[in-house]
Write a protein that binds this ligand. Structure first.
Ligand code: GDP
Ligand code: MN
Length: 386
């Protein structure tokens, strides 16, 4: 689960990670009032969306007094913010963070993430902060320092010091950065994060080490251990159709293609997407309707797929292991006629009662194309939509 920068900073603060003084606001008035109460020499107003690159897109602005904070908030709230992470459609800004402005001497990068190939958490750092770290990793990987963390010992202070030295830090700043890294590690582990990224981590002109930006992702599989985190979820930031699908217990991920897929089983769904690609089109979604697809799940699946305006045709690929193919076929027919489905549908059913299922589909009076094999199904739907 993704959360906002201000929420990440509130969590990190509790673990002793130093963050700038700041408050969230939902209206320009609130933003102005926050600034007045905070009473700082200068402020930063930051758009809160679940995407980075806000600085370049106009989502991070400096202000000198509360009146200016209010003005900037007025322009920022409701604006469509486009960054390299939002895609061209952008995101509407509904919350902003009013923060004390920092005097920056140096911008660094610090990140904690799970390295699956090493089966370890890794603390990463770079002196190239404030920029896209992916670019640094690609163009000059030698500028990224890594410390893999032994799960038995956790992050050990000497590892943090090593990173600090690599970053060229010394004296008090080095000490502060070590404290910062250890606190970040604690927060990461105790909150079951899957990512904690501080970009930039800054050294201020007066020698402090603070998280100027903070991005935390929480591990969905561990959320049950943190019931209070549930209220951090912001449905406005999530894909509408995915939220809708989760209400029906469907595993649905929206993609950019034109072939809607309805499949039972995650592995089969992945293979179906591959075959659509191979046949020359792109899938509009991943959809696993589960092992026991009923009329109800098929209907809900159709509903979700059809809400995606990019979909030009639908491929249904069901393996009748637990479910019987004729039941699924009846579900498809009922749902399609009930919903007055106009898009071309190719159906491939394999397994128990497959013959009865084909008969039902062929005699339904609806224009389903029944495919004989997996490859055939992908080829047929791609031919039809082209
Ligand atoms: P992102 O672009 O979405 O990653 O947003 P960030 O929070 O990382 O801000 C982008 C950039 O804005 C930073 O790299 C800084 O250069 C600048 N910035 C953010 N806060 C401050 C601040 O308090 N003072 C100054 N001088 N610059 C800031
Ligand atoms: Mn950033």
């Amino acid at each position: 689960m993704k959360i906002h920068e201000y929420q990440s900073k509130e969590i990190l603060k509790k673990f002793g990670v130093s963050v700038p003084d700041g408050r969230v606001a939902f209206t320009p008035e609130e933003a102005g009032k926050n600034a007045l109460e905070m009473d700082k020499k200068k402020y930063v107003v930051k758009a809160q969306i679940h995407a980075g690159g806000r600085g370049k897109g106009g989502g991070v602005k400096l202000a000198l007094d509360p009146a200016e904070v209010k003005n900037i908030a007025n322009q920022m709230l409701g604006m469509k913010l486009v960054t390299h992470q939002t895609g061209p459609e952008g995101k509407i800004v509904k919350r902003i963070l009013v923060e004390e402005g920092a005097d920056i001497e140096k911008e660094l990068y610090l990140g904690m993430v799970l390295d699956r190939s090493e089966s370890r958490f890794v603390l990463m750092a770079s002196s190239e902060g404030g920029v896209e770290i992916e670019k640094v990793a690609e163009e000059s990987p030698e500028k990224i320092f890594k410390e893999y963390i032994d799960p038995l010992t956790g992050l050990v202070p000497y590892q943090a010091r090593k990173i600090g030295f690599s970053l060229g830090l010394e004296g008090k700043v080095l000490q502060k950065s070590v404290k910062f890294m250890l606190a970040l590690y604690n927060a990461f582990i105790l909150c079951d994060c899957s990512l904690a990224e501080i970009n930039p981590l800054v050294i201020t002109t007066d020698g402090n080490v603070i998280a100027l930006d903070a991005k935390i992702n929480l591990d969905d599989n561990a959320l049950f251990r943190h019931p209070d985190f549930m209220e951090l979820r912001d449905l406005d930031e999530e894909e509408k159709l995915e939220v809708e699908a989760s209400k029906y217990d469907l595993s649905y991920i929206k993609l950019d293609g034109t072939v809607g897929c309805m499949v039972n089983g995650a592995g089969l769904a992945m293979a179906t997407m591959d075959l659509i690609k191979l046949a020359g089109a792109t899938p509009a979604n991943f959809l696993d309707v589960g092992g026991s697809a009923s009329v109800e799940t098929v209907r809900n699946g159709f509903k979700i797929i059809l809400s995606d305006k990019n979909v030009k045709g639908i491929l249904i690929n069901i393996f009748g292991g637990i479910v019987r193919c004729d039941r699924v076929a009846q579900g498809v027919i009922d749902a399609a006629s009930e919903m007055n489905l106009k898009l071309p549908v190719v159906v491939r059913l394999e397994g128990t009662n497959k013959e009865q299922a084909e008969e039902l589909l062929n005699n339904s009076g609806l224009s389903f194309k029944v495919a004989t094999s997996f490859q055939d199904a992908a080829k047929k739907i791609v031919e039809i939509i082209k």
